[in-house]
Design a binder for this molecule. Structure first.
Ligand code: C2E
Ligand code: MG
Ligand code: MG
Length: 705
């Protein structure tokens, strides 16, 4: 068994320290136990070990140091890593943002592209200073076509009922159809109208779906409705010849174009409407008064430089109001339209024809003319306008009064000329209508004179300047006096005896006729009463009643109050009214006339034939007697047609149980004719002129009944 190992130190003779390990071991050799000591020099080993140890220590230190360094580096690295991580996150975020940004940018860019495209497409529309509203829709169409890369297209509008499509602008194939109307048939146009949606098609429709006249195949097309809210007003159509598709952006732009086009078309229509309303008459489509003013101003300027002489006609239909009142406004409108057309036909494009008020027209005939030429035209025009209008089932005979003036010789300004030509027209009216008159300066003077006369007329009644004459009415053999017509006379100290044809219109104009008319009626009643008091109860005294009198609300009351006051029998009185009275206020007048008739008064229709002579309305009138106007009687001996006309009036009157009195019968020949036609009574110079009261009393009292 080994003994303990012991380190021992000893020194060599060189005093070199040596270290060894002494180990002892017991050893049994035979029966003897021996101790064995072994010394083992481990100096080098120890040195090596120490060196190794040291080396290890150093190494450990180094490793420690390194480890620490590594740790530090590691920490740094971790920190860096974290930083990198955070940066990374940031980068990621930034990246995400960037993506988003890029996406957004792309969108913006797309938008911009779209806008730019739009801008490019629309820029033409708004950067052309000279473009008028009317051209805008066409330009939009042009741009729409360019946008799509097409050649053909059109813009149009549907009518309100969707039965017609008016193609307002056409480009390419459709240019020829601009401003034409198409009847809507089944097809794309109808579909757009019905559905209000964009229609895109390829090879689906042919040109003849739009128009029968073309047959070229349609390759691609897009129809965009022109819409406002839910109503489809029209279509913007683009048609192209290949099969290239168009992008959604393009469709968006087309939609915007359609909106723009609609606005443009609407604006043009609105503008046209404004112009139409401002310068054209809606009934006849003729230029209106404002338009006439403008035109005349221009013509005056031209005439001054060209030294030319033009003509203005002022045309007013005679008794037109009566047409309206009798046959209704729609018949009146038809007459006006027919007159407008007649004027256009008559002047055949060589004149400017305007409608300046309800039944008033004005015509400018520019160029070089003479007074004679103007007169010739006026004569023919007057004849042309005196005609029968077949309106619905009625035949309406109308005439016109015409004023004529030459410009610039007779007037230098528009107002001056129109005033003068109007005066001329009124003078034609006063001259009995259905004629024409030149303007003469005296006419203006006449206006002044009229005013003076009206002033005088005001004083006539209180000054006893008015009196009545009576014109007898006889049976055709002249033997039997049946009555007398009271005719008003005015003896003015300054002007002498003034004709009723002159002062009655003035009395009407100034409303003096109301006062004067009452006086006349009372005088007549007194006269009739006087005759009755003297046994002459069967003689009828006719009294003329003017339109203004009848129109008064208290007309009937005032008549009966006078009848009552004078105590006359209503059967002795005949009220004469003219056709125009009747025509002007048919609905108002008829009941009044009926009231008179119901109370025993007799009613006569005076001047028959000078109005528009519609025999059809006579049937419904409470009339006892027809007085055929002198103007017809004048012609019966020379013109068989006139005689036949008078004869037929007489027959008709008889059928309607009316008495017929012929007025203004001057000759025996006329009398004979009238007798042959079975005319009932005669009033005229052939038997007697109007006579004074005394002579009338004498005649009446001596008459046999
Ligand atoms: P009127 O009622 O048609 O009267 C008939 C006119 O013819 C009268 O003219 C009369 O003198 C005229 N006359 C009758 N026979 C002949 C003839 O054979 N030859 C010619 N050349 N003339 C004849 P006057 O008296 O000048 O009256 C003209 C018009 O004035 C009347 O036409 C009537 O419309 C109106 N008038 C007359 N008196 C009155 C009145 O008291 N009140 C109203 N409102 N109007 C009246
Ligand atoms: Mg009369
Ligand atoms: Mg008469």
């Amino acid at each position: 068994m080994p003994l303990h190992n012991i380190y021992t130190t000893w020194y060599t003779k060189n005093n070199e320290q040596r270290i060894g390990i002494l180990s002892a071991e017991s050893m049994l050799l035979g029966k003897s136990l021996y101790a064995v000591f072994i010394w083992h020099d481990v100096t080098e080993q120890l040195q090596a070990e120490t060196a190794l140890h040291e080396a290890y220590g150093k190494m450990e230190q180094e490793v420690e140091k390194r480890t620490q360094e590594l740790c530090a580096a590691n920490q740094e690295l971790t920190a860096m890593n974290e930083e990198i991580c955070s940066i990374n996150t940031k980068v990621q975020k930034a990246n995400d943002n960037l993506h988003e940004e890029i996406h957004l940018r792309q969108q913006v860019e797309n938008n911009l592209l779209l806008r730019e495209k739009q801008y490019r497409a629309t820029t033409n529309l708004f950067t052309r200073p000279s473009i008028g509203t009317d051209k805008l829709a066409e330009l939009i169409l042009f741009n729409a076509i360019q946008l799509v890369g097409a050649m053909d297209g059109f813009i149009g509008k549907y009518d309100r009922t969707g039965t017609t499509f008016s193609l307002e602008h056409g480009i390419g194939m459709y240019e020829q159809f601009a401003n034409t109307d198409i009847k809507l048939q089944e097809g794309p146009l109808k579909s757009v109208y019905n559905q209000g949606l964009i229609i895109r098609g390829r090879d689906r429709w042919q040109y003849h779906d739009f128009y029968d006249s073309t047959s070229a195949p349609l390759v691609s097309m897009i129809l965009v409705p022109l819409k406002q809210e839910n109503t489809v007003h029209g279509v913007l159509a683009v048609i192209w010849q290949d099969d290239h598709d168009i992008s959604d952006e393009d469709i968006t732009i087309l939609r915007q174009f359609a909106d723009l086009a609609f606005l443009a078309i609407e604006r043009v229509h609105a503008q046209q409407n404004v112009e139409r309303v401002a310068f054209y008459d809606s009934l006849t489509n003729l230029p209106n008064r404002a338009n006439l003013h403008m035109r005349l101003k221009g013509e005056l300027a031209k005439a001054a430089t060209n030294q030319s002489e033009g003509i203005i006609y002022s045309i007013d239909l005679d008794d037109f109001k009566a047409v309206n009142d009798t046959f209704g406004h729609s018949a009146g409108d038809k007459v006006i339209t027919a007159t407008g057309k007649a004027l256009l036909d008559f002047f055949a494009g060589n004149a400017f024809v305007a409608r300046i008020s309800s039944d008033e027209f004005a015509v400018i005939v520019p160029g070089k003319t003479t007074k004679q030429k103007a007169a010739d035209i006026a004569t023919r025009l007057s004849a042309r306008l005196c005609s029968e209008y077949d309106i619905d089932s009625d035949h309406i005979l109308l005439s016109a009064s015409i004023g004529v003036i030459l410009y610039p010789s007779q007037g230098k300004t528009v107002e001056d000329i129109l005033r003068k030509v109007d005066t001329a027209m009124y003078s034609a009216k006063q001259a009995g209508k259905n004629c024409w008159k030149f303007f003469v300066p005296e006419l203006l003077h006449k206006n002044v004179v009229d005013t003076v006369m009206i002033n005088n007329l005001h004083k006539a009644l209180p000054r006893n300047e008015l009196f009545l004459q009576y014109q007898p009415q006889f049976s055709t053999d002249g033997k039997r006096l049946i009555g007398l017509e009271a005719l008003l006379r005015w003896k003015n100290p300054e002007h002498g005896l003034v004709s009723p044809a002159r002062f009655i219109p003035l009395a009407e104009r100034s409303w003096l006729i109301l006062e004067i008319g009452q006086w006349v009626f009372e005088e007549v009643c007194k006269f009739a009463r006087f005759l009755a008091n003297n046994g002459k109860t069967d003689l009828r005294i006719a009294v003329n009643i003017s339109p203004r009198q009848i129109k008064q609300d208290n007309f009937i009351e005032s008549i009966f109050s006078i009848i009552n006051k004078t105590g006359v029998s209503p059967q002795q009185i005949e009220v004469e009214i003219t056709e125009s009275v009747l025509m002007e206020n048919f609905d108002d007048v008829i009941p009044k006339l009926k009231a008179l008739q119901d109370n025993g008064l007799s009613l006569a229709l005076d001047d028959f034939g000078t109005g528009f002579s519609s025999l059809t309305y006579l049937r419904n009138l409470p009339i006892n007697c027809l007085k055929i106007d002198k103007s017809f009687i004048d012609k019966i001996t020379m013109d068989t047609v006139q005689l036949e006309f008078v004869s037929s009036i007489i027959n008709l009157g008889h059928i309607l149980a009316m008495d017929i009195i012929a007025e203004g019968v001057e000759t025996q020949e006329q009398l004979n004719n009238l007798r042959d036609c079975s005319c009932d009574y005669i009033q005229g110079y052939v038997f007697s002129k109007p006579i004074d009261r005394d002579a009338a009393v004498k005649l009446c009292l001596n008459s046999i009944q």
